[in-house]
Design a protein around this ligand. Structure first.
Ligand SMILES: [Zn+2]
Length: 131
């Protein structure tokens, strides 16, 4: 899943900005705009566009994901929008935010989707330490 590994250059922003919030049909990330794109391109699930300050989600792709995966991907991109640069750190941001919002994440499933196994073990280590 290449979308998780897209690297963009991010300007560091304050972490104390509006917190992320999302529900089943409602993804929110502070003042960041969120839009769905219609694309049959399967390689891209979501990305943050810094220039337009928008998180774009591929509707076609998102529809096929469990809500746990959707949350994780969205919150990961929200982390990037908040200035979290590194992939590992955006994963941790997503986990922290999900916990804060009392949203369940399926860590095993998320890890399975990560092509980079070091990224998965890094994530698991973080999750275990947080619990
Ligand atoms: Zn990322």
């Amino acid at each position: 899943m290449k979308y998780l590994f897209s690297a963009f250059v991010f300007i560091f922003m304050s972490f104390s900005a509006n917190a992320a919030a999302l529900s089943k049909d409602n993804f929110k990330c502070g003042n960041v705009k969120v839009k769905y794109i219609n694309s049959n391109y399967d390689g891209g699930g979501a990305y943050y566009d810094e220039r337009q300050n928008v998180i774009a989600m591929n509707k076609h792709y998102f529809r096929k994901l469990s809500s746990s995966m959707q949350r994780f991907i969205f919150l990961h991109e929200c982390g990037h929008a908040r200035g979290v640069d590194k992939e590992y750190d955006a994963d941790k941001y997503a986990y922290r935010e999900a916990r804060r919002l009392n949203l369940m994440l399926n860590v095993t499933e998320i890890c399975k989707e990560m092509e980079d196994k070091r990224r998965c073990s890094n994530f698991k280590t973080y999750v275990n330490a947080a619990n």
